[in-house]
Write a protein that binds this ligand. Sequence first.
Ligand code: SF4
Length: 734
Amino acid sequence: PNNDGLDWKKAPCRFCGVGCGVLIGVEDGKAVAVKGDPNSSVNKGLCCVKGYHSILAIYGKDRLTHPLVMKNGKYEKTTMKEALDLIASKMQSTIKEHGKDSVSIYGSGQWTIPDGYVASKLFKGCIGTNNVEANARLCMASAVTGFMTSFGIDEPMGCYEDIDHADVFVLWGNNMAEMHPVLFSRLLDQRQKRNVKIIDFATRTTRTSMAADRSILFKPNTDLAVANAICYEIIKNNWTNKSFIENYCNFKKGLTKMGYGLEDNYSFTDKPQAIDFEDYKKFLEDYTPEKVEKISGVSAQDIKYMASFYGNQNTKVMSLWCMGMNQHTRGTWINNLVYNIHLLTGKISTPGNSPFSLTGQPSACGTVREVGTLTHKLPHGVVTNPEHRAHAAKIWNVPVENIPSKPTYHTVEMFRALDRGEIRFMWIQVTNPMVTMPKLKRYRDATKKEGRFIVVSDIYPTPTTDIADVILPSAMWIEREGMYGNSERRTQYFEQMINPPGEAMSDTWQLIEVAKRMGFEKQFYYNKETHIEEIYNEYRRHHEGKKHNMAPLEVLKSQPGAQWPYVNGKSTKWRFNAKYDPACDDGKEFQFYGNKDGKATIWQRPYEHAPEEPDNEYPYWLCTGRVIEHWHSGSMTRRVPILHKAMPHSYVEINPDEAKELQIKTGDKVRLTTRRGTMILPASVNERGVPVRRQVFVPFFDENLLINDLTLDAFCPISKQPDYKKCAVKIEKV
Ligand code: SF4
């Protein structure tokens, strides 16, 4: 109702990748109320606890309001003009002394689309370095390489509407009830209406398991074996969709034993080889349900039960996953394996049949994947492709030679390069790596080394601002204008509703100011009043065409988002299916047009061990993750009193049987030790989550209990995404 005196304006929620639409009530220049947007097809008026409290995250008492510069071991207040002058001159002098690849920017899946776009344009197009990365490397890079290797093109073929059509939901290592709560409520809603089934397949019992029809537990890292066993069962029982496979799939195998990126300067090239169906069938003989039961701890009966849903021709299945599969040293492989299941059965790209990779952050898709803020990417392309470089250079108005043709450092390597001294200048925006990097101590120490210069743009003090030479106060969310892109290819716009405090400025405009000072006025021609519109219109040019077209800004302003490819005034809900996707133009029912032959790839990918597994000295697995109350590193939600009180500190979840054996009760102090470090945490037994035996779980939101000092920086060699879910740990009652 509009009779409450408030000015209600629409925005996507600031927090997770679900991308709920919210309405913000503004009064006297302050955001005073928030509610779910009933017109949003994403959340239909609902929000979760973070969404309902989102505006309180704006008004924490210690907002950064003025720039701070480190002088003689102390932070001194300065003006924005002086801070931006200093940053520009420091970048120029670093480039002069150490070369272009000595400067870098590390951003975020919480960057708006314009933030990421101008960062990429400045660093890749103008300065001429591919030292652009974003924290989304830590959360969904394996999903990207999974899509690229299976389909030759990124991002889900389906959409949230699949939930309204599917009969069975298989959640692969995905505590959706806490991490994607509003979307999970849509699953529960369907179960009430249609008696659908929810299968939770995980290494710990969570709130998701409690709401699921079945909870099936597996030993860490063995999801690879179980996925192969499901494929074995599908083939054995003749549940394959033969004509779909023949027309739309081919088979390949890649390298095995690829290493885990634990050493510096890790390089790796996969060598895919074509195989045929018979080769693949033979490979799967190592993965009978009975053999895999021994590896995974999942009974052969349960493996057959899971396979039966995928195999039943009358059942529509949606597979959903997020960090459990992506933060995995074989993250690309496990993504491929779940696609295999859907491809073998032809259960893909039709309403309700949908392998669906969820993203964690509000614009991991919109900004990192679509804008391309990763070292190897360009907006709609890759740096290694000369045509893509030429296309980007033309739009950016820079000589094509400016854009280097080789990627430089992915995230872990970028921090290693800072440690080694190859990178001397790093600008960090909207992210908190001094809480979130694995094997954190090495990278924290790196930032403090002589001759390193770190700029941090944020809204609150964090462990990352603690290591900065310059701290810039940023405008948050609705204090500026922008767009996010959510998990279902939906781009959503929000206007500036309130003023930022003090001299706080949007990350976009900070970058533009520095670019102008560095002599790139021609490329950064934007007008202060209209720059977001100018940037978005320029950005859309990169994506023109039926496969990726973005909706015009006026469409985004008038409705709660639009899904790309946006063609002939319409969003595309299901890609690669000629009935729904205008980019399918070869006359066939399906066309996986990311690959030249229009076919998707079924991959032969084996089960392999993790790089560090429990042994006599460190007998448990350590798994880390999130909780519903807190957004990632907690820098915003820990300043919302009600969320902070609900979840004030971190803890270690221990299996109740093992806790009994060790005489540990909830609240007892427990020392965790890995090869990287040690820390003491309160125990949690039989509370929110229950890990499988030989595994403990610790949330990472608490900056006072930095669990990432203990984690391992091994990563998937294809996606370069670290595995935060598995390393070996010792536990002792203190
Ligand atoms: Fe926000 Fe995610 Fe909660 Fe929706 S589910 S309200 S997007 S945090």
